[in-house]
Design a binder for this molecule. Structure first.
Ligand code: SIN
Length: 492
C-alpha cells in the first residue's frame, strides 16, 4: 500500500536542546552523552536529549526531596493556580505540542491535537481537585463516644513517574498533575523514543510557576539502572508506571524492598463485542476508533473483536471497507488517518503476529504486508478465521491489526472476553441497554465503553484488573493515588 512520506520541517524546540530540567536548572548528562530522537515517518533525526546516568537520576531525586516539604506546605489553592496556568500554557501552545508529538511518535496531526487537549485536561481536572483538597477529611466521635477521630490526607512524598512512548504528553500529564495537586514532588523518566514532548511540558510548567525541584526530568537510554538506583533509595515514596506487564512485575518486586506506594497501568487485551441488536454504523465507527486510535498502539486498543453471528458478515464487510480506505502516511500531512508505528521493532512485532496467524490458517481481508520504503509503516489489516493456536489470540497486538472472531450467545461472549490474564478496557455495542450493562458488569476489566470506542477522560478513573495493573489514574482516584491517610485520635 502506498503511503505519503513527504519530508517535514523540523518542529521548533521550545526548550533548550541537549539539556534536562533538574532542580530548577537545565543541565547536560553527567556523561556528556546524548540520545538522538528519530521521526518514525521519515527515519530522520529530530533532536538530541541527554543520555541521563545514575548520577543524573539521583540528582533528580535529591532535587525532588529538597523541594518536597515546601511544596507540600504550599497552599492547595496556589498549587491549583499553577496547574490551571499549566493547562492554559499547553492549550496556548497546542500546535507546538502537536508538532512534537507527530514528529517523535508518529500519530496523525488530528490525533496529536486531540492528545494535547486530553493531556492538558489532566491539569485542568487536577487544578479543580486541588482546590477541594481541604474538604477531604473527616472529624467525629468514635462509636463508643469516648474521643474524637480526625482523618486527613497528606502527600505521599517524592514520586518517580515512568511513562511510555505512545502518548508522549498525556501519560506524563496524567501522573504529574495529580502528584502536584496532592503536594508531591516528582522525577519523570519519559520513554527514550519520545522524550521531547515532556521537555516542552517542563518548560510550560516552569512558565506556570512550578518551583525549582518540584518537576525533574531525567531522559535516559539506561532506564533499568537509572530507575533501580532511584528505587533503591528509601526517600522515594511512590512509583507510578505505565508500560508492559513484564516491566511492571519487575518494578513491583523492586518497590517491595522499600514498601513503596505503587500505581501500575500495564498491558491490555481489550475485547470489543458487537451484538446482533447493535446500531451497526455506531459499532463500526466505535470499532474503527478503538482499533486505529494511535495506530493501534494503545493498551486500551481493541485487541479482539467479537461479532454475534447475525451481524458478523455485514459488520465485517463494512469494517473492512473502512480499514482498506484508511489514509496512511506522515502524520503532518492533511487527512492522514494512520501514521507509522513508533519504530522498526514495533513493525517487526506486529508483522510477526500477522504472519504467525496466516501461517496457521487465518484469512487476511485487507493489509497484512509490510510496505517497502522509508518510515516504519504497517497497513490497516483485518484478519478472520483465526485458529485457536495463533499467538494473536493472546498477545497484545499494539498495531493497526483487527482480529475478528464470532460468537452465538451472550454467555459465550462474556466467557471469551474474560478468557485472558488481562483486564484493562472492554467495549460492548448493543441497543439493549439492559444487556449492555449486564455484559459490562460481567466483564472482569477496569473499564467498559458502551456504544463508544474511547473511554479515556481526565475525570474518569483509568486502570485495570488482573495483570493489567494496580490503582487508577484520573478521576478522584487519581488524586488519592498520591495521598496518604492520616488518622489522629483526640481526647478532649
Ligand atoms: C495507554 O494506551 O496507555 C493510554 C491510553 C489512553 O489514555 O487513552
Amino acid at each position: 500500500m502506498a503511503h505519503i512520506t513527504a519530508p517535514a520541517p523540523l518542529p521548533v524546540l521550545g526548550f533548550p536542546a541537549k539539556l534536562m530540567p533538574i532542580g530548577g536548572s537545565w543541565i547536560p548528562s553527567s556523561s556528556g552523552q546524548t540520545i538522538t530522537v528519530i521521526n518514525p515517518a521519515t527515519e530522520q533525526p529530530i533532536a538530541d536529549v541527554p543520555a541521563g546516568t545514575v548520577t543524573d537520576g539521583l540528582a533528580g531525586l535529591d532535587a525532588a526531596c529538597a523541594a518536597q516539604d515546601a511544596w507540600a506546605a504550599t497552599p492547595a489553592r496556589d498549587r491549583a493556580d499553577i496547574l490551571a496556568r499549566t493547562y492554559q500554557g499547553i492549550i496556548d501552545r497546542r500546535d507546538e505540542f502537536a508538532a512534537l508529538i507527530v514528529a517523535e511518535m508518529g500519530k496523525p496531526w488530528i490525533e496529536a491535537q486531540a492528545e494535547v487537549d486530553y493531556g492538558a485536561g489532566f491539569f485542568r481536572w487536577f487544578a479543580e481537585s486541588a482546590n477541594r483538597l481541604h474538604l477531604d477529611g473527616q472529624f467525629g466521635l468514635e462509636p463508643g463516644g469516648n474521643y474524637r477521630i480526625a482523618v486527613s490526607k497528606r502527600p505521599v512524598g517524592p514520586s518517580l513517574l515512568i511513562t511510555p512512548w505512545n502518548f508522549p504528553l498525556a501519560m506524563g500529564a496524567r501522573k504529574i498533575a495529580p502528584a502536584l495537586a496532592a503536594g508531591c514532588t516528582t522525577i519523570l523518566k519519559p520513554a527514550e523514543l519520545t522524550p521531547l514532548t515532556s521537555m516542552l511540558l517542563a518548560r510550560v510548567l516552569e512558565e506556570a510557576g512550578v518551583p525549582a525541584g518540584v518537576v525533574n526530568i531525567v531522559t535516559t537510554n539506561n532506564s533499568r539502572e537509572v530507575v533501580a538506583a532511584i528505587m533503591n533509595d528509601s526517600r522515594v515514596r511512590k512509583i507510578s508506571f505505565t508500560g508492559s506487564t513484564q516491566v511492571g512485575r519487575a518494578l513491583l518486586a523492586q518497590a517491595a524492598e522499600n514498601v513503596m506506594n505503587t500505581s501500575m497501568e500495564l498491558g491490555g487485551n481489550a475485547p470489543l463485542i458487537v451484538f446482533d441488536d447493535a446500531d451497526l454504523d455506531q459499532a463500526v465507527d466505535g470499532a474503527i476508533v478503538a482499533k486505529l486510535r494511535n495506530g493501534g498502539q494503545s493498551c486500551v486498543g481493541a485487541n479482539r473483536i467479537y461479532l454475534q453471528s447475525g451481524i458478523a458478515t455485514e459488520f465485517t464487510r463494512r469494517f473492512t471497507e473502512r480499514m482498506s480506505a484508511t489514509r496512511t502516511g506522515n502524520g503532518v500531512e492533511p487527512d492522514v488517518e494512520l501514521g507509522p508505528l513508533v519504530d522498526d521493532k514495533q513493525v517487526t512485532a506486529v508483522s510477526a503476529l500477522v504472519q504467525d496467524a496466516l501461517a496457521k490458517g487465518a484469512t487476511c481481508l485487507t493489509g497484512g504486508t509490510t510496505p517497502e520504503g522509508t518510515g516504519y509503516f504497517y497497513p490497516a489489516t483485518v484478519l478472520t478465521n483465526i485458529p485457536a493456536n495463533a499467538n494473536i489470540r493472546t498477545e497484545e497486538i499494539f498495531g493497526p491489526v483487527a482480529a475478528i472472531y464470532t460468537f452465538d450467545t451472550e454467555d459465550q461472549a462474556i466467557q471469551e472476553a474474560n478468557n485472558t490474564p488481562y483486564g484493562l478496557a472492554s467495549y460492548v455495542f448493543s441497543q439493549d441497554l439492559g444487556r449492555a450493562l449486564r455484559v459490562a458488569d460481567a466483564i472482569d476489566a477496569g473499564m467498559t465503553g458502551i456504544n463508544r470506542g474511547v473511554v479515556s477522560n481526565p475525570a474518569a478513573p483509568f486502570g485495570g484488573t488482573k495483570a493489567s495493573g494496580l490503582g487508577r489514574e484520573g478521576g478522584t482516584e487519581g488524586l488519592e493515588a498520591y495521598q496518604e491517610t492520616k488518622y489522629t485520635g483526640i481526647q478532649l
